[in-house]
Design a protein around this ligand. Structure first.
Ligand SMILES: Nc1ncnc2c1ncn2[C@@H]1O[C@H](COP(=O)(O)OP(=O)(O)OP(=O)(O)O)[C@@H](O)[C@H]1O
Ligand SMILES: [Mg+2]
Length: 363
């Protein structure tokens, strides 16, 4: 037990600044596509989920998480965008409208709460499936959004792990169809807020340099906690000042790791030992990657070590362009590229510590 309540019960912590920023975006009419990015496990999904739970009822959120799904096809993608509802009531009316394009006024989306995915009648879904035309799906979604809007409520579309559809092709790349649809919802119609989350920094880098998104997108960084916030978090769960220092020096402010530390404490285990264990595992993983490279591709190995050298005296550095060495290290989840700030750092403090130890051993 801890003084907060139940054993192992860690509540949502801080993120006041980020929440405020998102809430201020929600107050104005939709203008830009908002990309929420940040290193692995920095708390992007947790932040957005917490925000959804606390939004007033006049917001209707469509939250779609593409995590842990593989998308061999467009069908699979549709399958997750929608959830099937019997074709009756409001959905029947929408369908009739789509069939005839009659100017029916539809005014009952009242039962849509904090929805997950877009409700759709099975027949309609089958129809969209049969043609493999993303526009049919988007026309349908737009109609749902229009109906939410008509009721005076504010629609918000959130897609988590957007990079998952990066490789799907249907007459070209699906992602471009999706971007065009997002631009229509925001910049053109100002009808729906759009947030897309991703921890794949190479995907964000690509988007950031994408011509069709220039001037149409906004980037929000959800980073690991800073030192003060991380220590306050640990303090709240009774971690001593001395332990806080050790945790910060090794784990930095990654919320996932900090939660693990608190759980370690709850279980009555030795924090220092746990840190050493985690550090050893992380270092081992990086060593495995780097030394395999040394055997297979000496040139690549040297290039990666040059990147590592930049971390010798600093925990981040500015870059000009993403070299193949940087790309390799990002793909292996060792470093993180912040495209909006043109800056690179380790994916986590623990990786930084491991990188520095590896550099010492190479001398
Ligand atoms: N604000 C917070 N307060 C308390 N714990 C948090 C907070 N944010 C994140 N965590 C903890 O960190 C873990 C990882 O967070 P989360 O999954 O939201 O990160 P993410 O950035 O979405 O990760 P990924 O890069 O894998 O998508 C959570 O399971 C939770 O335990
Ligand atoms: Mg996430």
């Amino acid at each position: 037990m801890n003084e907060i309540g139940n054993f192992g019960d860690i509540g949502f912590f801080d993120r006041e600044k980020e929440k405020e920023e998102i809430l201020s975006i929600l107050k104005f009419k939709p203008q830009l596509i908002n990309f929420i990015y940040g290193p692995i496990n920095s708390g992007k999904t947790t932040l957005i989920t917490n925000l959804i739970e606390n939004l007033p009822d006049n917001y209707v959120v469509f939250y779609i998480n593409l995590r842990e799904r593989t998308f061999p096809s467009f069908m699979e993608f549709l399958n997750i965008l929608f959830y099937v509802k019997p074709e009756k009531g409001i959905f029947k009316k929408i369908m009739n409208k789509l069939r005839s394009y009659s100017p029916d006024v539809i005014s009952d989306m009242g039962h849509l709460g904090k929805a997950f995915g877009f409700p759709i009648p099975e027949e309609t879904l089958k129809k969209i499936f049969s043609k493999e035309n993303p526009n049919d799906a988007f026309v349908y979604i737009l109609e749902i959004i229009r109906n939410v809007k008509k009721e005076g409520r504010t629609p918000v579309l959130i897609i988590d792990e957007l990079q998952k559809i990066g490789d799907i092709k249907i007459n070209g790349h699906l992602i471009y169809e999706v971007f065009n649809f997002f631009i229509r919802l925001t910049k053109e119609l100002h009808i729906c807020h759009v947030f897309a989350l991703s921890s794949d920094s190479l995907f964000i880098e690509k988007i950031y340099n994408e011509a069709i998104l220039q001037g149409r997108s906004n980037y929000l960084l959800v980073d690991d906690f800073d030192e003060e916030t991380a220590k306050n978090f640990l303090e709240k769960y009774g971690i001593s000042k001395e332990e806080q220092e050790i945790v910060w020096n090794n784990f930095g402010g990654k919320p996932g790791y900090l939660s693990d530390i608190v759980n370690t404490k709850f279980r009555g285990k030795n924090i220092n030992k746990e840190i050493q264990k985690t550090l050893k595992i992380s270092k081992g993983q990086i060593e495995e990657i780097i030394y395999a490279l040394k055997d297979e591709n000496e040139e690549m190995f040297n290039g990666c070590i040059d990147v590592f050298e930049k971390f010798k005296n600093s925990d981040n550095f500015d870059y000009l362009n993403v070299t193949k060495y940087i790309r390799f290290l990002v793909e292996k989840n060792i470093i993180f590229v912040n495209s909006a700030e043109k800056n690179i750092k380790a994916q986590s403090r623990i990786n930084l510590v491991a990188i520095r130890e590896i550099l010492k051993e190479l001398k």
